[in-house]
Structures are given as C-alpha cells and as structure tokens.
Design a protein around this ligand. Sequence first.
Ligand code: ATP
Ligand code: MG
Length: 671
Amino acid sequence: MKMNPRQDEAVKYISGPCLVLAGAGSGKTRVITTKIAHLVQNCSYDAKNIAAVTFTNKAAREMKERIAQTLGKKEAKGLMVSTFHTLGLNIIRKEYKTLGIKQAFTLFDDQDQLALLKELTQETLEEDKELIDQLRSAISNWKNELVLPPQAIARAQMPQDKLFAQCYDDYLRHMKAYNALDFDDLIMMPTLLLRLNDEVRERWQNKIRYLLVDEYQDTNTSQYELVKLIVGQRAKFTVVGDDDQSIYSWRGARPENLTLLQNDFPGLKVVKLEQNYRSTQRILKAANILIDNNPHEFSKRLFSELSYGEPIKVFTTKNEEHEAEKVVSELLAHKFMARSEYKDYAILYRGNHQSRLFEKALMTNRIPYKISGGTSFFSRAEIKDMMAYLRLLVNPDDDNAFLRVVNVPRREIGPTTLEKLGNYANLRNISLFAASFEMGLEQTLTGRGLLAVRGFTRWLVELADQEQRSDSIDAVRDMVRDIHYEDWLYETSTSAKAAEMRMKNVSELYRWVTEMLKGDDLDEEMTLAQVVTRLTLRDMLERNEDEDDSDQVQLMTYHASKGLEYPYVFMVGMEEGILPHQSSIDDDPNVEEERRLAYVGITRAQKVLFMMLCKERRQFGEVVKPEPSRFLLELPQDDLEWDLRKKADSPVEKQAKGKRGVANLRALFNK
Ligand SMILES: Nc1ncnc2c1ncn2[C@@H]1O[C@H](COP(=O)(O)OP(=O)(O)OP(=O)(O)O)[C@@H](O)[C@H]1O
Ligand SMILES: [Mg+2]
C-alpha cells in the first residue's frame, strides 16, 4: 500500500526515538506494520531482534500475519509481536531462576486473586466485597506504579491505607509461597528485574534491538518503565498513539506518558498524521466535534477524502428489549439493501451486561454472532472449580488446581495453613499435594490444619486410585457427590435461581465428560486425562476469541473495540447513565474519559453509524427513564437523522423551536 509522505517519514526514520501522534484511522497501526517490514527488508534488521507491542492478542496475531505476508514466513521468523503482558511473561519464563521462582509457576486470574484476598482479610475486612475490590485495585495500582510493600507501608497515612498496605505485604508473601503470579506481576517483575540487574538488562537490550508500541496512550507507569529499560541509551523505538483514545486510566494508564517521552528523550522525532482513511467525512466530522469538548494537550486535525456519507441514524425505542429487536431488524434490512455480510456489522456497548438481550435477539433470528471478551462457559467460576477438580484427579501435583479448590467447598483450610504448606513445598521444591504427606511438614504444620489438609489429599489419592484402577465415570460421579458442590452453590450464590443456573452448568460439563469417556459412534472412548486435555484445549479456543473469522456480527464493548474498524457500527444505549456511565456522571475527568470512549466508538465506523437509545430501561431491578446521552446532543445535529416513533421533530430541533432547554428534551423522551 502506498503511504502518504508523513507516514513515509515515520516509517523511514530509524536513527532515533520516534513518536507518531495522530487521531483515529490515520494509519498509525499501519505505520508500525510497514516499519517492521522496512526494518527487515531495507535496514538489515533480523526479525528476531524486533519486538512490537499491541493492545490485544488478537491485534498481535493480525499484525504478525500481515507482516508474514509481506516478508514471507522465513524472513518474519522470530519476530516478537505480543501484548505487554505476553512480553513480560516471556521475559519471566527465561529469567525465572534470577527471579527466584519455580519454573512451573501458576498464573492467578482475577477470581483466584479475589479468593485469596478474601481469605487473607477474613478478619480485617470481614468479607466486605466492596472493600476487597478496593484492596485489589489498590494492589494493582501499587504494582502498576512499581511500589513495593515497604514503600506502600511507609507512605500510608489513613488507617485504611495502612491496613491495605499491610494486606499488600501479606498478599505478596502468599503469592510467593504459592509460586503464583498475577497479571500485574507480568509487567512489574520483569521491569524491576531489568532495573536492578545489569546483566539481564543488557541481554534483553541486545535481544530487542528495535521496539514498536501501538496504542501508546494506554500504557501505565510500569509499562513505560519497561519500554525505557528495554530501549536503553540506544533509544531505537517507535511508539504510536492518540491521547483522545486514552480509555484505560481506571487501570492505571497514563496518557501523560506521551508528554513524558519528550522530556525523557530530547531527540524524539514527533510525526503527526492528518489524513483519516477509515471513515466518511460525516462520521469524522461528528467525531472531531464531539472530542473538541474535551480539553486538549496536543492539537490535531483530521480530514478524510472519502465521500461525505450518510447521516448518522438515531433510533429511540421503548425499552431495552425493543432496542435489541430494532438493532436486529435494522441490521437485516440494511444488509439486504447493501448486500453486505454479517461480519461487516459491529454492535458496541458500554458494559458486558448489555450484551445479553442482543444475543437473544440475534439468536432468535438465527443471525450468527461473536462476542469478544464476555464470560464464556469455561470462565464461569463453577466450571473452573469443576475443571480444577478434574485436573487434580488426573494430576494431583497441579498446584493451581489444588489452590483453587482446596477450600471450595470450605474445608477449614485457612490461609495460614496454606502459607505454611506452600512455604514447605517451596523449600522442598515439591508440589503442595506431595508436601502434605511428608513427615517434615509436621514441624511447621500441626493440629487441625494438618488434619484438614491430609484429609483432603487422602481423599484425592483414593479417588485417583479408583479412577486408575476401575471406572473413570464412577470416579467422576463419586467426586461430584463427595464434595457436596450443590450445597455449596446454594450457600454462596446470590439467589437460589443463580445457584440453580450454576448447577445446571456443572451438570452440562458432567454430561460432556461422561459422554467423552464413554465414546460414541464418531469418537472412541477416552481416558480421563485425554478428556481433561481436550476440554482445556476447548477452554483455550473459547477464550481465544480470535480464531473464528467466519461471517458473524461482532459484539463487544467500546473498550474492546479499540484499534478495530467495521463498515457499519451500532452504538447502543446512548443514554445518560450508560454512556457516560452512571459512576462517572458527576466528575469532569471521568466524563472526559467517557467522551473518549464515545469517540473511540464513533471512529470505528467506516460507512454508516447507527445510534440507539431507550425511553425506559430496567436498571438494578428498577425501571428508569434515562435522558439521551449528552454526547448525542454534542454531535452536529444536521448530520443526525432521528427516527422518533411519532415522527416528531428531533429533540434538538424541538429544543431550538421551543427554546425551553433540556426540560423540553426530557419531556419528549419521557412521553
Ligand atoms: N496511506 C494509506 N492509504 C490508504 N489506506 C490507508 C493508508 N494508511 C492507512 N490506511 C487504512 O486506513 C485504515 C485505518 O488505519 P489504521 O488502523 O492503521 O489507523 P490507526 O491510526 O491505527 O487507527 P486507530 O486510532 O483507530 O487505531 C486501515 O484500513 C488502513 O488500511
Ligand atoms: Mg491503530
């Protein structure tokens, strides 16, 4: 593809640090891909000395594929394209000895992490969910800011800060004993290692000779630090970003990192791109006008040479069920007229919970769809519990599975007991399961704790034995019976209905497992170990949202849509309380971030943009009458086409005619 002169300049400049700062759809990501090819083809870089960082795994895979197409598979071999987290994970995998962790470390996801924090704070926070959530984000923030417990404790002023800092210390000690890492560790650990260890740093600086970062505006402090440590004095890097698309400040992202670059690298070359190649002029104009309502650090202009395009279509519906039905009927009608495909359409929403009704409407109409980033079957807590039990049955040394279910349902095996067991296992370099049988353990662990642990592991041994010697199906059945999982679900779920739903999922999994064990006409019977591997693989496939590129409507949050583009985009729930989100409404910086989310949404659209809003919506069990999103009203009204059911004027026209301000608008919507 031919690049414009500015893009070309950014691609060819390789002698020093380079920042491409530009609005949506201006070809920033394109610059990265082209530049990697340029480095290999014309600047004698070896692909294995180039690393590129993208924001999602999907983006990483697409970028790698595109580059392999340009360069050929052989030339592209060894190129590192990944998210920051995977880059960190790769460093940890190579340097685990220096980091002092076991090679087979386990990764804790959000739920594992919450469960541990809940255990650790049973007495101090007394299972207060909100406080535990706050603690978790406090820990996450500390890690993202590279603050370790001693500093956190020293800085703490208020009693709660002190308590949290202490919990952070506890948490780190436990994670170490369990040989477990959380997501934030994947960045913090390599960053601290590279900072403190000259030899390791030099090794990685020699390995990664050119670094490129996409979506740079959403890096946090530790990620930026990692970038600086990797590029070192040589400063051979290119980062691209758009401050107007910074939407992760709630996860510690710091758009200021864009400004910091200039201070940290005085020789920084800044390239601004101004032509948008993605959207019609109308869509671009709307996006520009909307984002002008935010204060700006950098001035940017964007133009498009594509056609002016169709008006933005706005639909008001009675309630959220109608909203979903309307989206589906508009989509079908549009698809028929435009002769387009399902995959040309994206439905974007603010929160994952909004997806359910759209799924239902799409399903009813037999429209294929794909959800990115929602909760899949295998990420449900009850399924993860059951999978952990099955994993343990096959391999009792699986520490992660052990930790997940050792106290689920409750067996009175508390965090102190587990810490001691973990420390002992670490010392002896054996699994938790193996440690539980050792005589030596009796030096540190006694009484009820020891009994409880051994009770659990003996039970496991017997079951595993039964599984080996006789019938796997019986063993699995006995396992489910023995743990009284159903009672546990009723005890811990928010409602009986929720418990019932969860138990249904468990039964579904149980059915799959037994069917696979038995085999049928098509599949031979399998061992339990084979079944577990097969299911784990399915788990990975499910989570690996990317694999399926067939013709499907795309559903995702605004956050997940970053960097992507679709010919036709539906933005749903354009209401106060949804976008901007209820929790952000009264706070300027938060509203600005919500506005950037809307900007991201609008700029995903290439040809036609649809916006949906409801007159009534059920929220937290109550029916509310939301007002239209302020962002909708900030758009250039001449470019909107309102479809009001009574064919009335658009609320804004009405507002102008009546000059009665927002009250009028509200009246119209509440009718
Ligand atoms: N010089 C060019 N000529 C034609 N099309 C281009 C050119 N540069 C980029 N494009 C196309 O424009 C679209 C947007 O490019 P790209 O995704 O790289 O933009 P971006 O700046 O990364 O956007 P975002 O901010 O949303 O991530 C893509 O379809 C890309 O192929
Ligand atoms: Mg991009």
